[in-house]
Design a protein around this ligand. Structure first.
Ligand code: BTN
Length: 271
């Protein structure tokens, strides 16, 4: 399916968005398979850093771990192209993408109280508001480009949403009166640019302090799946996020673990 370009997003014309974000590379679509897929195609064709792809709806929205991202009209589906000098995809890049966005959302919507759930979910009161999907393409000479896509629930999810999504998710509208989708898109664009234009090799003290401020798992009990243990996962407590983006986790049995690749079982998380 060739996606159809649209002239407006949330009532705002493409030219207005280009001026607002000070770039020519703003591409708006009605319905697409996945904005990440479109952004990757544009990146392959040479689209510059900072190119933005926005859609009103996705038919094949991609989530982490091969999951689908439920993408009905009324959500924010935005992907950006980056061309960092260093590194393809590391745990830190994923964490930094989400950290930039959570911080900007916090500033834009004072009553929201968003937090970062490692590695790159944005949650409010433990329910998922937004997810970030970074995808890198690396060539023989090093990284070629990085695409970071954000899906954010702007409007409250209706009865037609899959039950598991309704159970675990929240939306801007659930916490903010008449949220402005453009303010959310601004926060996502600025938030992704914050760290992905030139991602550090390791988080320094200022970034670690921000991670501490927004880390939702810190001092909470939850279970993690690492692929090594039994099906229900390993119970323990979140200790923080390391400078390389790994999750620091203290299991109920055994020593402190640094987990670069693990699944946190959201349903099990408790205050
Ligand atoms: C997650 O699993 O939490 C990540 C979800 C990322 C969804 C966004 S929506 C915009 C972009 N296009 C996609 O296909 N996925 C990302």
């Amino acid at each position: 399916m060739t996606p159809r370009r649209a002239s407006r997003w949330a009532g705002h014309g493409v030219e207005e968005l280009r001026e607002r974000w000070e770039r020519e590379g703003v591409h708006v679509y009605g319905k697409v398979g996945s904005t990440n897929a479109v952004a990757r195609e544009l990146a392959e064709e040479g689209a510059p850093e900072g190119t933005v792809v926005l859609a009103r709806e996705q038919t094949e929205g991609r989530g982490r771990s091969e999951r689908r991202w439920y993408s009905p009209p009324g959500g924010l589906y935005l992907s950006m192209v980056f061309r960092p000098d260093r590194a393809g995809l590391s745990p830190l890049v994923s964490v930094l993408a989400a950290l930039g966005v959570v911080r900007r959302l916090d500033r834009a919507f004072a009553e929201l109280g968003p937090a970062l759930k490692w590695p790159n979910d944005i949650v409010v009161e433990g329910r998922k508001l937004a997810g970030v999907l970074p995808e890198a393409s690396t060539g023989p000479g090093g990284p070629r480009y990085l695409v970071a896509g954000v899906g954010l629930n702007v409007r409250a999810l209706g009865d037609e949403a899959p039950p598991e999504v309704r159970r675990s998710s929240t939306s801007l509208e659930d916490h903010v009166e008449s949220p402005d989708p453009l303010a959310a898109a601004d926060a996502v664009v600025q938030g992704l640019e914050n760290f992905l234009r030139s991602p550090p090799a390791a988080a320094g003290p200022a970034v670690l302090a921000l991670l501490d401020e927004y880390d939702w798992l810190r001092d909470r009990r939850f279970r993690v799946l690492t692929g090594e243990e039994e099906e229900e996962g390993m119970p323990g407590v979140g200790v923080g996020i390391a400078p390389d983006g790994a999750l620091l986790f203290r299991p109920d049995r055994g020593a402190l673990r640094r987990l670069s690749n693990a699944t946190v079982l959201l349903e099990e998380a408790t205050a």
